[in-house]
Design a protein around this ligand. Structure first.
Ligand code: NAD
Ligand code: UDP
Ligand code: UDP
Length: 319
């Protein structure tokens, strides 16, 4: 069946890949974005598509649209960007999610919230399962994002219980791939761009902290499965359980780019989680989902993307 699908944050990194997948599946897609961290160039390939529509709008403000499904992704995801205007980040998560749930309620749409592993904070349980309630500082520099998403989950469940809105919650772990911005600020894009520019790779702290990196195609597949799932609202973890230290990631990127860049250390940001790895047993059981793309393969594709993007930017600057 063809659905009319709203993707908020659709011009961002994950949103772009999701729009592409939904168009390929034959759906009508309305991409709504305020272009805070999204880029028009990301959606340019879809602009002529007969089933694609682009709406410039801030989810903090109400909006009336007629849709059958809502993927709610609007929210900056990189610590650099979500901390640059922390109050806007809280408003986006709280008021933005409220508005999208109000819309879902009015039109009877199924609503999927893009939540995050950050709801677990700096976790005291490892790996993280969905029934862990987390260890989040409510007043630190990351709180605008972490607590914002926790309230977004609360609102989602309250609209489900109180108004019977058909909801889904996915908790996304670190995801990477093509279409990240060069200045996104997250570790994979930073390391790749630094290596390709022969600039020093900036490791925050001693680099012993870990993350588990999921390639974007795997993530999008998990999101679509969750939207289609019947009788399962989550929350469900979506991520790749292969865990790496930041130092290991730096060396991998240096080797794969053949870069002569050095490594420099910078202060560890406050409340930076020390370890993170998803337990994806639930996604396996309920969605028959697990990631297929290993880090080396995903990095290869991401490096190729940034090589081309940086070359294009350089030739643009030269002309
Ligand atoms: P991104 O920053 O690339 O994309 C976010 C998009 O939302 C951008 O296009 C931005 O312009 C838009 N946006 C921000 N505030 C908005 C507002 N008020 N109104 C309308 N649009 C707004 O980030 P991403 O990595 O694509 O993340 C997408 C979603 O997935 C976010 O909700 C994020 O919290 C979640 N997530 C991502 C990751 C990850 O590793 N990429 C991990 C956990 C959760
Ligand atoms: N909302 C929206 N689009 C709609 C329906 C609602 O943006 O199509 C907003 C609405 O303006 C409100 C929020 O969603 O700010 C919550 O709506 P709801 O109807 O649940 O609550 P109420 O309007 O009664 O406070
Ligand atoms: N990090 C780093 N150098 C960078 C950017 C990030 O060492 O240039 C570290 C950061 O401190 C964190 C990890 O890499 O421990 C992942 O950071 P990212 O911003 O990608 O995501 P998050 O902290 O939200 O998981």
């Amino acid at each position: 069946m063809t659905d009319r699908i709203l993707v908020t944050g659709g011009a961002g990194f994950i949103g772009t890949h999701l729009c592409k997948r939904l168009l390929a599946d034959g759906h009508e897609v309305i991409c709504l974005d305020n272009f805070y961290t999204g880029r028009r160039a990301n959606v340019r390939p879809f602009l002529e598509h007969p089933r694609f529509e682009l709406v410039r709008h801030d989810v903090i403000e109400p909006v009336r649209l007629e849709v059958t499904q809502i993927y709610h992704l609007a929210c900056p995801a990189s610590p650099v960007h979500y901390q640059a205007n922390a109050i806007q980040t809280v408003k986006t998560s709280v008021l933005g999610t409220l508005n999208m749930l109000g819309l879902a309620k009015r039109v009877g749409a199924r609503f999927l919230l893009a939540s995050t592993s950050e709801v677990y904070g700096d976790p005291l349980v490892h790996p993280q399962r969905e029934d862990y309630w987390g260890n989040v500082n409510p007043i630190g520099p990351r709180s605008c994002y972490d607590e914002g998403k926790r309230v977004a989950e609360t609102l989602t469940m309250d609209y489900h219980r109180q108004h019977h809105v058909d909801v889904r919650i996915v908790r996304i772990f670190n995801t990477y791939g093509p279409n990240m911005l060069e200045n996104d600020g997250r570790v994979v894009s930073n390391f790749i761009c630094q290596a390709l520019r022969e600039q020093p790779l900036t490791i925050y702290g001693d680099g012993s902290q870990t993350r588990s990196f999921c390639y974007v195609d795997d993530l999008v597949d998990g999101m679509v499965r969750m939207m289609r799932a019947d009788d399962f609202i989550g929350p469900v973890n979506l991520g790749n359980p292969s865990e790496f230290t930041v130092v290991e990631l730096a060396h991998k990127v240096l080797a794969m780019t053949n870069s002569a860049s050095s490594i420099v250390h910078r202060p560890l940001p406050e409340n930076d989680p020390q370890r993170r790895r998803p337990d994806i047993t639930l996604a396996g059981k309920r969605l028959a989902w697990s990631p297929a793309v290993p880090l080396d393969v995903g990095l290869e594709k991401t490096i190729a993307y940034f090589r081309a993007a940086l070359a294009q930017a350089a030739s643009g600057a030269a002309s």
